[in-house]
Design a protein around this ligand. Structure first.
Ligand code: BEZ
Length: 226
């Protein structure tokens, strides 16, 4: 009997699985083609479906904003290349959503009829659908490490502003060694990571550093360096 290959779903902190794929922008090799960049790899259930259409228009309208964060977008569904091309053309020529019209999707959309990439990333979740990918989002850093994963069901469109906020928060955490509080937006105060010792906790609470304040010994804030 042929042995079925069991793949573990990738988790935060893992190196993202490698793949080579055909896309609407030509062949891509991941991560080789994306050295030094952040990547948002996201899956959607199917072409020519309404929720996915609104997601693609919204992502495409924010493409430059993501690029300015050194971030590339890559979409995926288990449809074929000609279906992708026809759908993206229909979006550009016919669909107006929230005032966005004539929207061209310039980021690659992977054809994954074999489900090769979708399976590697755990995007086929069989109790939701065996034939369509769920709405997964993988945020992958310039070292190809998975930094965040979001899964949404078929019926719920994602919030692209939240995905952008997540990337900014991760980049700030890396750059300034801080954390970000609930509902943080760029410019809001950031959290100084918890102290590792009693001495450090005392120093932090007593520190007179400009703009720094503590609500208690374990929760201190400072200004965001934008
Ligand atoms: C949609 O994108 O509209 C959709 C796709 C699969 C199931 C339900 C909705």
């Amino acid at each position: 009997m042929e042995e079925e290959k069991v793949m573990r779903m990738p988790l935060i902190g893992d190196i993202a699985p490698e793949f080579k794929a055909k896309t609407t922008q030509g062949e891509i090799n991941f991560p080789g083609d994306y050295k030094g960049k952040w990547v948002v790899l996201f899956s959607h259930p199917a072409d020519f479906t309404p929720v996915c259409t609104t997601e693609f228009i919204t992502f495409a309208s924010m493409h430059e904003e993501f690029k300015s964060l050194n971030t590339e977008l890559i979409g995926l569904s288990v449809d074929g290349l000609y279906s992708h091309i026809a759908w993206l053309r229909t979006i550009k020529e016919k669909i107006v959503f929230k005032g966005l019209k004539d929207v061209e999707v310039n980021f690659p959309l992977i054809e994954d009829i074999s489900m090769n990439v979708a399976r590697k990333f755990g995007m086929i979740q069989s109790n939701e659908s065996t034939t369509q990918a769920v709405r997964a989002v993988f945020v992958i850093d310039p070292r190809a490490i998975i930094r965040a994963i979001i899964y949404y069901p078929l019926t719920t469109g994602r919030n692209m502003q939240e995905i952008k906020r997540l990337i900014i928060a991760l980049q700030r955490a890396d750059r300034d060694k801080i954390a970000t509080p609930a509902n943080w937006q760029p410019g809001d105060d950031v959290i100084i990571p918890p102290p590792g010792s009693c001495g450090a906790a005392k120093d932090r609470v007593e520190s007179k550093e400009e703009g720094k304040y503590c609500l208690d010994w374990f929760i201190c804030f400072k200004k965001d360096k934008q």
